[in-house]
Design a protein around this ligand. Sequence first.
Ligand SMILES: [Zn+2]
Length: 166
Amino acid sequence: MPNARYKVRVTKDSLVFSSGHFITFNGDHCERIHGHNYRVAVEVEGPLDANSYVFDFIALRDQAQALVNELDHRMLLPTRSPLILLEDDGPNILARYRDRRWSFPREECVLLPVPNTTAELLADYLAARLRAAWTDLGLTLPALMRVEVEESFGQSGQVEWHRDEV
Ligand SMILES: [Zn+2]
């Protein structure tokens, strides 16, 4: 179909991670620690392949699930924040924001290469990890992908990535 566009979307009840975080905002504010039951949706657009797929649904589901599992029941900490500073503290990670301190067992944390653990940047992180996984598998990256991270009902962040704009 020459004028058709094709898209697959994966969002499952299992694509949920329950994690802790806190973000900084407006330059000098820092949230209290809290958690969300984050829900992930992944969309891929592109031409149909020899199987008439845009992308193998099952593979996409499994790849997204593996990433979600890495984040589930963890404290999410940003390694690129100019305001939340992380230090090794024996078996723990110490997070500092001005005169506030939090200490977490290292194995209960995920250190994310983002400046802030907003839903938008969590989506960006997951999208980058998916593209890296596809590259490792020797797959051609899709023309367009979107990842959405919902942190509460009706409140989500999304990133859209276009292959040709990289
Ligand atoms: Zn939050």
